[in-house]
Design a protein. Structure first.
Ligand code: ADP
Ligand code: MG
Length: 625
């Protein structure tokens, strides 16, 4: 029979695994046992939903066998098995979860990272075995097949015999070398401890023949060895265990076993609820952003179990979008096994669980924010944007849940602060919560528009994310304090110069009107500035749409032609202003030149493109001459 080729991606993964010097090779066993357990789950599920079958739990188990002289380690199960086509399809390609890794070559270079970070599934067997053989008979079929591979060269599938349905995965353990020890995977005690460590909560028995010694019959001195089959795992799923019995490691291992993420979780939430609806759940807040998190491919959801049987891999209904980063599982006895995707949304039980979970996550984040600020900021760096999208989406309906979870950089504190912290520091006469928008904290710091507010000693929040200002518009107020951009028309700050700049405005009305004529409809007005201290000009906006929002909307695919009402503000105390006045009186050409330069300067400071860079630089040269 001809050898079949692995798919390209699988080949690369195999190559990586075979040659890896990854220190935690032991996880291969976790992967094989988890597959065996999944296969039994499928059988169980079939029986539960098909009345003609009955599932006698006693008949379902996983058996691990060691044959030390022949260097064989075998994992057998009484699960649903695989047909010939399934062997071909399922073992010939790497599982989907892993395939996304291979998007770029650089990631490949860091081989162990990949193995450690992602579950590599069935193929992890090649870390410890030079030949992997799978014998399988699918439920309901009377043919069995044998799949065999020595690694990258490919695999064969041939007919064979097997008594009943189920699967054996047979590993030929590699020979140890000077530097690497593989013999450990043929030692009973080692295999036992690996199973205890990673697979204790598997809900089916994992059996193994254990060698023990006893006195020979009729003797009190002579020992003999005998074997006895033992169950190695406690079979209580981790989510049913008492929290007090569990250690951080247990949760971390569960997270890894389930392939929830490639990092260590930042926080876990273990929930046991009894009442109108009863359920157990283990939820995780990851530390790092999954690589596809902010893409369309990312699917939110929790694993859903009904009385210990998994019925859905990603139940999206259990999580609001703004908590889509949460990973984990929910097990409830109150859910029907046959629940379909369509019915889910209307399931009262499920909705109650979802609501409850939402509150628990929110509370956990609140606590984290209060008690472990550094950890929270770590979390916020990864997922803060998602919270802000959450605020913006659904017409601000999630305001109550989310507003106190937000952090922004503060101009006076020089660190991330909450709105509550900001408001608690507001002097009595301060009317608004001020913010400034820009690309980075460094750039915002230099914005001329911040001058007056900063001069007053008021705190300014820096908005550097695209979504920030949109999200805040949804919020509108926090504790009855309105948000105000430092670039908006009226800053609500009484200044001594207020009157003088108002009268300055009147006095210079003719000059400003002329400048406005020169700039045509590029600006809606030219005015004497109340906010500028040291800078000669800046732009501000009037109305709902800010300049920053205009910038962002312009980058959107819809390509909306929306424009903020821009006001060119002139600092009448600046030296430059005397030159303007001078030019207005004596030299209209010069006034045009100056107006143009000032307008373009304001654009540049704002991070907006200038219309004609060549013209602009020529103009600078003109005044230098
Ligand atoms: P995953 O478990 O994430 O799907 P794996 O690489 O671990 O990925 O396994 C690939 C597929 O091979 C499984 O999805 C399953 O269909 C099949 N498979 C592996 N082991 C078994 C088994 N013991 N019994 C039945 N099917 C199996
Ligand atoms: Mg698997």
């Amino acid at each position: 029979m001809a050898k079949k080729q692995f798919k390209a991606e699988s080949k690369r993964l195999l190559d990586l695994l075979i040659n890896s010097v990854y220190t935690q090779r032991e996880i291969f066993l976790r992967e094989l046992i988890s597959n065996a357990s999944d296969a039994i789950d499928k059988m169980y599920y079939k029986a539960l939903t098909d009345e003609s079958l009955n599932f006698n739990k006693g008949n379902y188990f996983i058996k691990v066998t060691i044959d030390k002289p022949n260097r064989i380690l075998k994992v057998s199960d009484t699960g649903i098995g695989m047909t010939k086509d399934e062997l071909d399809d399922n073992l010939g390609v790497i599982a989907k979860s892993g395939s996304m890794l291979f998007k770029n070559e650089n990631e490949l270079k860091d081989g162990h990272e990949i193995i450690g970070q992602f579950g590599v599934g069935f193929y992890s067997a090649f870390m410890v075995a030079d030949t992997v053989t799978v014998i399988s008979k699918a439920f309901g079929s009377n043919e069995a097949f044998i799949w065999e591979s020595k690694g990258v060269e490919g695999y064969t599938i041939k007919p064979c015999e097997r008594d009943s349905f189920g699967t054996d995965v047979i590993l030929n353990i590699k020979e140890s070398t000077e530097n690497e020890n593989f013999d450990e995977f043929l030692e009973e005690y080692r295999i036992r401890s690996i199973i205890k460590k990673y697979s204790d909560f598997i809900s089916y028995p994992i059996k193994m023949d254990i060698t023990e010694s006893r006195f020979k019959e009729g003797s009190e001195k002579e020992y003999e060895q005998y074997t006895v089959e033992k169950i190695l795992n406690s079979m209580v799923p981790i989510w049913r265990k008492n929290k007090n019995e569990l250690k951080q490691d247990d949760y971390d291992n569960f997270y890894a076993e389930k392939h929830y993420g490639f990092d260590k979780p930042l926080k876990h939430i273990h929930i046991s609820v009894e009442g109108a609806v009863s359920y157990n759940a283990i939820l995780f807040i990851p530390e790092k952003i999954p690589f596809d998190f902010y893409t369309k491919e990312y699917e939110k959801g929790l694993e859903l179990y009904s009385s210990g049987v998994m019925i859905m891999h990603k139940c999206a209904e259990l999580l609001p979008d703004y908590f889509s980063f949460v990973k984990g599982m929910v097990d409830s006895e109150d859910l029907s096994l046959n629940i379909s995707r369509e019915l889910l949304q209307h399931d009262r039980q499920l909705n109650m669980i979802a609501k409850n979970i939402k509150t628990k996550i929110k509370n956990e984040l609140d606590t984290l924010l209060i008690n472990e600020r550094e950890k929270y900021e770590e979390f916020y760096k990864s997922f803060g944007r998602q919270l802000k999208y959450g605020l913006y989406g659904e017409y601000g309906r999630n305001k109550e849940e989310l507003q106190d979870l937000l952090l922004f950089y503060s101009s006076t504190e020089k660190k991330m602060v909450t709105f509550a912290e900001y408001v608690s520091r507001m002097p009595e006469e301060q009317k608004y919560i001020y913010y400034a928008t820009g690309e980075s904290n460094e750039r915002i710091e230099k914005l001329p528009q911040t001058e007056l507010v900063a001069d007053k000693g008021y705190e300014i929040l820096y908005f550097t994310d695209d979504v920030d200002e949109f999200a805040i518009k949804m919020l509108n107020t926090y504790k009855e304090k309105e948000f105000k951009s430092v670039a908006s028309g009226d800053l609500g700050i009484e200044t001594e110069e207020k009157d003088s700049s108002d009268s300055e405005d009147e006095k210079q009305q003719a000059l400003f009107s002329r400048m406005k004529e020169i700039l045509t409809d590029k600006v809606s007005a030219v005015r004497a500035s109340k906010r500028l201290k040291n800078h000669p000009v800046c732009l501000s906006s009037e109305g709902e749409l800010s300049i920053e929002m205009e910038k962002i909307l312009k980058t959107m695919p819809s390509n909306l032609d929306v424009r903020a009402n821009k006001v060119l503000e002139i600092n009448t105390n600046h030296e430059v202003f005397s030159s303007l006045k001078e030019a207005y009186k004596n030299d209209q050409e010069k006034l045009k030149l100056y107006t143009d330069l000032l307008y373009n300067q304001a654009l540049l400071i704002e991070g907006l493109p200038i219309n004609d860079p060549v013209d602009f630089t020529n103009n600078i040269c003109k005044i230098m001459k």
